[in-house]
Design a protein. Structure first.
Length: 221
């Protein structure tokens, strides 16, 4: 059976260093996978030996197809994911890197008693409940928890409230605005705009519709 999503197929091809079609034995041999800009991950469970999965620029809202997999490290970066409930169905998961998605609620993590070795939720539009109640409770037992500072956290919330599913984060080089998922860019991992918090707040106060126009437009013809 062929792989449905071309991005998943390309990732498997790179990992196995061979062209499709793949046998089920080939798929079972894949231990780690990095997938760029997928829209359909329904074939990923066919990788029965998968332990490490990185989804970069994934366009889906949830991760339900992964339920029951033996994944120990899950990375979901600059993606449209808003629902983490699948975590409860990934019993071996110990490292979750979910930077710059559309995640608002963390209740599934609060009710899960496992001790994550790594938990990164930076750059998400977390709800007030998640940021002020769930995060402090998680931090008491998970010293490796990472979330945005308060100002960085509030700006993605304002962006989402304005109908812009963008994220905002800080790294060693400064503050960045990005467009997770595939709704607003074909290059979610690359098209990040450097912008200071004061400037972004001023735009949100004045006219949020100006914000998408800040990003360069590429000629794809």
């Amino acid at each position: 059976m062929p792989i449905t999503d071309p991005a998943v197929e390309r990732a498997i091809q790179l990992q196995l260093q061979r062209d499709p079609p793949f046998t089920e034995q080939d798929l079972a041999a894949v231990k780690a996978l990095a997938v760029l800009s997928a829209t359909d991950i329904s074939d990923v469970p066919r990788l029965t030996g998968l332990r490490v999965l990185h989804l970069i620029g994934y366009g889906g809202r949830d991760l339900k197809p992964l339920a029951g997999m033996p994944i120990t490290l899950l990375g979901v970066k600059v993606s449209a994911v808003s629902d983490l409930t699948v975590v409860a169905e990934l019993p071996r998961l110990r490292r979750l890197r979910a930077r710059n998605n559309a995640i608002a609620e963390l209740d599934v993590l609060a009710t899960d008693g496992r001790d994550f070795r790594e938990l990164d939720l930076t750059g998400n539009p977390l709800s007030d409940h998640a940021y002020h109640e769930v995060v402090p409770a998680l931090r008491e037992r998970l010293p490796h928890l990472r979330v945005s500072d308060e100002r960085e956290w509030r700006l993605p919330r304002r962006l989402h409230a304005a109908g812009l599913p963008f994220d905002y984060y800080r790294d060693d080089e400064g503050y960045w605005l990005c467009r997770p998922g595939l709704e607003h860019t074909a290059y979610p991992d690359a098209d990040h705009l450097k912008i200071e918090p004061d400037e972004l707040e001023e735009l949100l106060d004045r006219d949020p519709s100006e914000i998408p126009e800040l990003f360069p437009v590429y000629d794809t013809s």
